[in-house]
Each structure stands twice: as structure tokens, then as C-alpha cells.
Design a protein around this ligand. Sequence first.
Ligand code: FMN
Length: 183
Amino acid sequence: MVIPNGIERVFQPEEVIVSKTDPKGIITYANRVFCKIAAYPEHELLGKPHNIIRHPDMPRGAFKLLWDRLAAGHEVFAIVLNLAKDGCHYWVLAHVSPSYAADGRLVGYHSNRRLPPRQMIEALKPIYKQMLDLEATFSNPKKAAEASCQHLLGLLASLGTEYDRFFFETLNQILDREALVAR
Ligand SMILES: Cc1cc2nc3c(=O)[nH]c(=O)nc-3n(C[C@H](O)[C@H](O)[C@H](O)COP(=O)(O)O)c2cc1C
């Protein structure tokens, strides 16, 4: 088990971390950037479940939402905190999409990750913390994931939005602000 050391690893904005999985989330491909940032040699990733880089501060409910949306055939954008083999952590803006064979059969999933804008991470942190705190009140992990996923969806509904809209509106606002600052 990897123990987090509290040190953040920040990668370059032009780097893209890529992995592919089978339909169960077993890693079938990891690019060189993935291996470098996650500090794993390729052979220690291939054939392993993708939770090999799971960080304990990521709420279960976030992954439930990811898998529920993938199961419904959606592409998913998410801000994810990952844990490298050396104990460092790194935030990613992930785009996960289902891959289909020519006959329409699901063959697996594909995830591309870029460096998220800092404000996006800061906007998500308190929400993930609320979800984690809620999960800690459950002894059953499945129930914990369901409750915190519902909490997130409820929070978005109370703001009059839903997941994708919230994600892109927040992202666009941040990028607009960054573009103004850069001028
Ligand atoms: C294509 C793909 C990419 C994934 N990438 C990550 C990732 O970068 N980090 C992560 O913790 N989980 C990732 N997951 C989700 C994991 O499969 C898993 O659901 C999650 O780590 C929670 O693990 P747990 O159920 O053991 O708590 C990914 C899943 C898929 C299908």
C-alpha cells in the first residue's frame, strides 16, 4: 500500500496522461507520461485495476458517478486526485470515454488527462471534503458511495444545474478569467 507523503507533483500543461482499460477498469495501456507522473514502470500498471493510483482523499461517490455515467454510455469529465507510487499526489482533469468495436460492443474505456486550472481544483476540494465526511458516517462502502454521489447531484440541483453544465460553466469561467489575466 502506498502512503501519501503530502507532496504535490505538478506536470506540464502540454503533457497528456493517457490510459486505456478493459470494460472492468483493468489497465491495458499507459503512455510514457502516465508512467512518469505516476512513478510506475509500465509492467507494474498493465493488467492491474485502475484503482492502483487511487488516492484515499478521493470520495467513493465521485467514482460511482464516473462508472454510472460510463455505464449509461456518456463521456465523463472529472477532476481527480491521484496517488503516485512514490507517495506524491497529482490532480488531473480527466476525460474518460467508452470505446466501442465496429459491431457496437463495448471494448473498454479511454482516459486523457491534462493539468487542471488551479481554481478548478480549489472549487472541487470543499465539495470532495463534504462527500468524504458524509461517507465516513457509513460503515457500508456501497451505501457511502451512493449517499455521497446523491449529495453531489443534490448540491448541483440546488444550484439549478447538473454535472456537465456545472463542470463546463466553472471551467469556462476560470479559463475566461485566465485569458483576461494573460492579456
Ligand atoms: C479509463 C478509466 C480511467 C480511470 N482513471 C482513474 C484514475 O486516474 N484514478 C483513479 O483513482 N481511478 C480511476 N478510474 C476509476 C477506477 O477504476 C476505480 O473505480 C477508482 O479508483 C475507485 O476504486 P475503488 O472502487 O477501489 O475505491 C478509472 C477508470 C477508468 C475506466
